[in-house]
Ligand binder design. Structure first.
Ligand SMILES: [Zn+2]
Ligand SMILES: [Zn+2]
Length: 366
């Protein structure tokens, strides 16, 4: 196993929209229970774009990228096990979560570590320890309290990276939904990676109707291949027509379950009105500040249940890896992915995703 190098290259974002700066950053010795990994593949997430364009206020400079599959290069003192008891050794591949403090109100009383008041995320200040905390980097730090999962040998690096954020967001959204049965109709707003993965996921659960709303056309075609009964193109149908269309497809009721997975600036207001009486709305894509006018009486009169779902835990990553691995013959996961780019291609990778030319750009350091 290669020794831990003193420095590693990383693409640093210094201001919204600016070109990434290639810097050499210190690679730290891991604290107890922490690890350093070599980045094998980073896939770009919609929330990276929101940091890149400034729509999610974030501290900069930082190293973007948090959907990462890494190969373990160094361990801090502590047990060499993943969070589910599987032994891990140098060279093994892992994905991981943010670090949680375990003692704040959210961690200890609510048992919701995704809300941890002191969480240690990717994309920290590259001038402060542990320097390498994001995915557009040769090396990355795994926080001591981060959950970590050994990637099975038959799962490619890129799929593991997808499972680490987009995939786990879907399995966590399903957990947030709770009870689900095949008598129910499902609407998914959004044909980004999360919407498409959710389409695949729910198609396997056999809902009465599975409707996907999004664009562009190739993604709607993929949604149809991946089990959507009906797709609605937002570039063809205006919002009132889309609502009417959903009602037509659901016997006039609206959908029992609606997922907001688009991050659209009017998607929430639109989605509330797509939910059937007694139905549920799981809101995932609204990660940036946004004011949207809704008819609040819909919530009361229809007795809607509206639930937010943010990030996810190790168990959700475990489920996401299993889902991708187990259903590889049914779904061509590689259809989400672009050919990998190295440091020289990071700017283009982010732009290609922002302009909807690519679904899931891939970065591999080099
Ligand atoms: Zn993400
Ligand atoms: Zn906490």
């Amino acid at each position: 196993m290669a020794a831990l190098p003193a420095i590693g290259r990383a693409a640093v974002l210094t201001a919204p929209g600016r070109r990434f700066e290639l810097r050499e950053l210190p690679v730290p010795d891991p604290e107890p229970d922490a690890m350093v990994v070599r980045v094998l593949a980073t896939t770009i997430c919609g929330s990276d774009l929101h940091v890149y364009d400034g729509s999610t206020p974030s501290a900069l400079p930082s190293v973007l990228g948090h959907e990462i599959c890494g190969g373990i290069v160094a361990f801090g003192d502590g047990p060499r096990l993943d969070s589910f008891g599987t032994p891990i050794a140098e060279g093994d591949r892992i994905i991981w979560t943010q670090g949680y403090c375990g003692h704040c109100h959210e961690c200890s009383v609510l048992k919701e570590p995704v809300l941890c008041a002191n969480r240690r995320t990717a994309m920290q200040d590259p001038d402060a320890f542990p320097y390498v905390s994001g995915g557009f980097s040769e090396y990355c730090y795994v926080w001591p309290t981060a959950e970590r999962i050994r990637v099975p040998d038959d799962v490619p690096d890129t799929w593991a990276a997808i499972a680490s954020c987009a995939g786990r967001t879907v399995t966590r959204a399903h957990r947030s939904l709770g009870q689900f049965d095949p008598s129910q109709t499902v609407v998914i707003q959004g044909t980004g990676p999360i919407g498409l993965l959710a389409c695949a996921f729910y198609s396997l659960l056999g809902p009465r109707r599975l409707i996907v709303i999004g664009a562009p056309k190739e993604r709607l075609r993929l949604a149809s291949e991946w089990g959507a009964d009906a797709v609605i193109d937002i570039t063809v149908e205006a919002a009132p027509d889309r609502a009417e269309h959903v009602r037509e497809l659901t016997g006039g009721r609206g959908a029992d379950v609606v997922f907001e997975m688009s991050g659209g600036r009017t998607a929430f207001a639109e989605g509330v009105d797509l939910v059937a009486p007694g139905g549920r709305y799981i809101v995932i894509g609204q990660v940036f500040p946004s004011q949207q006018a809704i008819d609040a009486s819909l919530i009361t009169r229809r007795q809607l249940k509206i639930t937010g779902s943010v990030s996810a835990e190790g168990v959700d990553q475990l489920r996401a890896i299993s889902f991708l691995a187990r259903n590889r013959d049914r779904f061509d996961w590689n259809a989400l992915l672009s050919p990998p780019r190295g440091f020289a291609g990071v700017d283009e990778a982010v732009r290609a995703m922002a302009e909807l030319r690519e679904i899931k750009p891939v970065f591999i350091p080099g």
